[in-house]
Design a protein around this ligand. Structure first.
Ligand SMILES: Nc1ncnc2c1ncn2[C@@H]1O[C@H](COP(=O)(O)OP(=O)(O)OP(=O)(O)O)[C@@H](O)[C@H]1O
Ligand SMILES: [Mg+2]
Length: 500
């Protein structure tokens, strides 16, 4: 078969949920042996389309063919048997089983037909598969829960290969792995691509498009916009295709009036996670925290917010020594924290958007006759409008929102508490370019109102573009505080990798 012929063809696929048309006559042609990027704003319908391709959702109308043959999408296992595997945004391997058991789950090699599993053979085959993928350091007999996110992802890929997949779908695969793991993943993808594998790759990160993708399809509001070879697009033309307008200045940072110190941290320690961190945060200031994953940035935020025990040092808020043992203490001191992992902390996934936005407001909404839900609805709708949250309304369940829109709901919740000190841990992870810009504008506005912000971010351009000063961490040690105006990516990277 010729390389570059069409492997997957999606024509006119539509899908509605109550109150939303998630896909509206969507088209997609994926060529064999390519890495095909799918981009679009939060809620554009990317994940929904992939869930249809993998049999998780059923489409309302439209045609899908794989290798020219209509794709049977009634069950997940039928799709896998036809050659499509998906590595999910939220990985779901079985944690108590071994690597080999996960890979061969349901198709274990047997010694006497169907009587007992030939573990030795299974482990051997798993090892061979991992080797073929160029993966080192994962034992077939290791239990899944002992692996990192990146390793689990590789196990999922091995599983896809063992299923003889022709097409592997990845939905924001780098959102929870480190920089070097990311490079390793790209190598694996390239290696498989060279052997003829085809990929659909969903991401909000532009640089990933340019480093591993061949073609890119942009969708907007459930509709197909265009497909282009990556060599023919630029950062700006992609943004314009996605958002429908050009965004010229990506970082709308403006210097706010810097006032007196609101938060002072002296020689703060928390067990093994970080030591002797000292800094001051001033009124109107945005202080960026840079470093590689695992450098201790999130741990500092947790210690400041009362979710991680402090083992040494002192914290002063507005000049007074603060005792922050619980988040309640922190909130009382007018602090707020948006955590990096919305699924583990903060997000009430089975509740309504309404409850998620207002969860810290109940006290203020309580009147003599109980909670004032009319006022609540009004506040909730204002927040939905301000952050352009794509939802059918306050009554929609959080789990039915797209990933990026869940993040916006949490941000809206915290800003309602009118904090003086706002800690944002990876605030734009999984957020599309247009919405990122809105979040940056909000940060600038808050700083100009005299609020102080700590922003943890793994994206260097973002840290550089939005911060006044940048604190760089390396393996639990504070390396340096840089003036953002004088810093550049290289300098930050040197400190972050412990070289400088
Ligand atoms: N199970 C569901 N029930 C109701 N609505 C849903 C469901 N799944 C998705 N939606 C809606 O369909 C639309 C498309 O969502 P989808 O998750 O496909 O977006 P996405 O492009 O993947 O966005 P993101 O970049 O934020 O991940 C959104 O408006 C979302 O709220
Ligand atoms: Mg999605």
């Amino acid at each position: 078969m010729e390389k570059n012929d069409i492997l997957l063809q999606v024509s006119g696929v539509s899908k509605s949920f109550p109150g939303v048309r998630a896909l509206d006559g969507m088209n997609l042609s994926v060529r064999r042996g390519t890495v095909h990027a799918l981009m679009g704003e939060n809620g554009a319908g990317k994940s929904t389309l992939m869930k249809i391709l993998t049999g998780l959702y059923q489409r309302d109308s439209g045609e899908i063919t794989l290798d020219g043959v209509p794709l049977e999408t009634h069950t997940i296992s039928a799709v896998i048997a036809q050659g499509i595997s998906m590595i999910y945004q939220e990985l779901n391997p079985i944690e108590g089983m071994t690597v080999a058991e996960n890979i061969f789950c349901g198709k274990e090699p047997c010694r006497v037909k169907l009587f007992y599993v030939d573990r030795a053979a299974m482990n051997r085959q798993a090892a061979a598969l991992l080797e073929k993928l160029g993966v080192i350091g994962i034992s077939p007999t290791a239990k899944l829960h002992t692996l990192s996110n990146a390793q689990k992802q590789l196990v999922e890929i091995a599983k896809a290969i063992s299923n003889d997949s022709k097409l592997i779908i990845m939905d924001e695969p780098t959102s929870a792995i480190t920089e070097s793991e990311c490079q390793r993943l790209f190598e694996t993808i390239k290696r498989l691509q060279a052997s003829g594998m085809t990929f659909i790759y969903i991401t909000h990160k532009m640089d990933e498009i340019f480093s591993i993708c061949d073609e890119v399809t942009v969708m907007r509001d459930g509709k197909y916009v265009d497909t282009r070879p990556v060599s023919e697009v630029t950062h700006d033309s992609l943004v314009a295709m996605m958002v429908g307008r050009a965004i010229t200045n990506v970082y709308p940072k403006q210097k706010a009036q810097i006032g007196e110190t609101v938060l002072e941290v002296r020689e703060l320690c928390a067990g093994k996670s970080f030591h002797n961190v000292s800094f001051e945060l001033k009124k109107g200031e945005i202080l960026g925290f840079a470093g590689l994953m695992g450098a201790g940035r999130t741990e500092i935020a947790e210690a400041l917010f009362g979710t991680r025990p402090i083992t040494g040092g002192e914290v002063f808020v507005e000049g007074k020594k603060a005792r922050i043992g619980t988040p309640r203490d922190a909130i009382r001191l007018r602090m707020a924290m948006l955590t990096e992992d919305r699924r583990l902390t903060g997000c009430l996934i089975n509740s309504k958007v309404y409850d998620n936005i207002l969860t810290l407001m109940w006290k203020r909404l309580r009147g003599p006759l109980g909670i004032d839900h009319r006022k609540g609805k009004q506040i909730c709708n204002e927040q939905i409008g301000r952050f352009s949250i794509k939802t059918t309304g306050p009554d929609q369940r959080m789990r039915n929102l797209s990933g990026g829109n869940q993040q916006k709901v949490l941000l809206a919740r915290w800003l309602l508490t009118e904090p003086d000190i706002l800690i944002l841990d990876e605030p734009t992870r999984g957020i599309d370019v247009g919405a990122k810009y809105e979040i940056y504008q909000d940060m600038v506005r808050l700083a100009q109102q005299g609020k102080s912000i700590i922003m943890i971010s793994s994206e260097l351009p973002e840290v550089l573009g939005m911060s006044d000063r940048i604190l760089v961490m390396h393996e639990g040690e504070q390396m340096k505080i840089l003036d953002a105006a004088q810093a550049d990516q290289e300098t930050i990277m040197r400190y972050a990798s412990g070289i400088a």
